[in-house]
Design a binder for this molecule. Sequence first.
Ligand SMILES: CCC(=O)SCCNC(=O)CCNC(=O)[C@H](O)C(C)(C)COP(=O)(O)OP(=O)(O)OC[C@H]1O[C@@H](n2cnc3c(N)ncnc32)[C@H](O)[C@@H]1OP(=O)(O)O
Length: 625
Amino acid sequence: MSSSAYQEHAARAAGDPDAYWLEQARRIRWHRAPTRGHEAATQGGQQWFADGELNTAWLALDAQVDAGRGEQTALIHDSPASGRQQRFTYAELTERVARFAGGLRELGLAPGDRVVIYMPMVPEAVIAMLACARLGAIHSVVFGGFAPHELAVRIDDARPKLVLSASCGIEFDRIIEHKPLLDAALDEAVHKPAATVILQREQAEASMHPGRDHDWRAVEASASPVDAVPVPGNHPLYILYTSGTTGKPKGIVRDHGGHAVAMHYSMEVVYGMQPGEVFWAASDVGWVVGHSYIVYAPLIYGCTTVLYEGKPVRTPDAGAFWRVIAEHGVTAMFTAPTAFRAIRKEDPDCALMRSYDLSGLKRLFLAGERLDPATHDWLKEKTGLPVLDHWWQTETGWAIACNPVGLESVEETVGAAGKATPGFQVEILDPDGETCGPGVQGAVCIRQPLPPGCLLGLWRDAERFASSYGAAYPGYYLSGDGGYIDEAGQIFIMGRMDDVINVAGHRLSTGELEEIVASHPAVAECAVFGVADELKGQLPLGLVVLKDGATQSAEEVSTELVARVRAMVGAVACFRRVEVVPRLPKTRSGKILRRTLRALANGENPEVPSTIDDPAILDEIRAAL
Ligand SMILES: CCC(=O)SCCNC(=O)CCNC(=O)[C@H](O)C(C)(C)COP(=O)(O)OP(=O)(O)OC[C@H]1O[C@@H](n2cnc3c(N)ncnc32)[C@H](O)[C@@H]1OP(=O)(O)O
């Protein structure tokens, strides 16, 4: 394409969004093609293509088989964790999904019913998602690293008819038994699903509740394959929960039609892929990266996707990523910067890379947290490839800012996430709602309408959607991130402006962590916030004031708090540091000065706020840190 292709697409998408996206919609197959563009959705946001009819699982599987891809590998499961590898052609994956969908239908699953999926990185997790989609049921995948409480909260919000799970996951050399975690969540949850379907893995045998728990293989073996159910374009495909500023996660709702169009478009424009090539997103199906770029986009676009059940290091070594790329002929890889920081820490010279032929790899994509210049430069030097940061969110489902390599190759700007992807009109707004000039930092906002593929709204909470995303700047979507745009249109994302932190690419709510810490009987008050960490980007730190008369020692309380967060959220919270302090800095009206605390903990020298109750407290905190 010519060098103005990006501007031309961005201008057309901004000038007449409906015409632009209806044109893109015509590039995928539909059961009934849409004629309408965007309009308001009942979940609070916008929906696209409501008068079209499509089933995403059909588009990702049956339509690919029809198009002659039946014998092409659709899915590669590479599991150093279990020592197994498995490949599925499009025809085989279609058959497995159609059969499992038949089994789910026999268990009573109907269009619109919810299904919670709590699984490790096994092919059955992908099969489960696609089988739900095939029936028009709405899946809600819960990350397998979450503790029972987190799972229970999501079960209560989604109210699933079924829960699909497995006997265990594998973390390095540890077997994590999932079934006892699921049982605990089901005990805690108020909503009781009608049934569960459990995949027994050889590493651990789950005990089953007769009448409630069904054996996965038996369900699949006895079922007959069923056809995909065509659904309206705006029919919910999935709910994916993400952390907000409070303990209650937000249920992001995504659709069949708009999502399919966006997934197809992004494989071409954002990732520069060709159908038939191998795409690898090293993430987890429990995150949006896993939904979009392990499962849906690669299959909708006719690529081969890799599902990796392992880690960047210690499975077995820091050469694991290079092995997967070489062994499966990966064309483009996508992961979070923290994964490459882990590799760099263990193998700074990339000695282990030299054993592998990486000649097929064209590009590396990074997202999930800011790509720090040091990691960018190291990766670029070691691979000699384009190392492309891009920025997006669970809410958007695909890249808001990118280097649109499928349209034209823009030179990498280190530290920037790229330019606004066509369809996203990104603006930086000041507190008065005025647009900031180049280089001036403010709230990163997107002018509405958001393009297809973004959230329809929040599950059963249109009000929270409005207050979280729309109220601050009417006519815009508030991303929650702060940043600036330079003269060239490159977007720099500087971090969250609210109480959300990013730990190893995992979004966590400090509000939720505070709620858990505050519930300890010895804690009078507390503050939890993120501090910079070289490996994980950020780590949570808790400052705690004990109640007068508390009999436990500071060490005992700290140990219990760390254990409490691990038990209630999961090990992924990486909540390992608690400091007991005599008091917390507050405004005269009693509000804890969190921003000041965060700055102190990050080694900065914050200005003493004029509203502070007693400035001497800051020295006490410095001493404690
Ligand atoms: C663009 C839109 C988005 O942002 S979507 C989100 C994108 N984010 C990602 O893809 C996540 C990227 N991060 C990762 O994949 C991992 O953090 C990588 C880099 C692989 C490192 O993994 P790991 O060494 O386990 O560190 P961690 O910080 O993730 O884990 C901390 C503790 O939690 C545990 N954990 C992790 N996953 C699970 C799991 N599935 N089941 C059970 N436990 C899990 C880890 O084992 C670790 O435990 P421990 O503290 O060592 O005991």
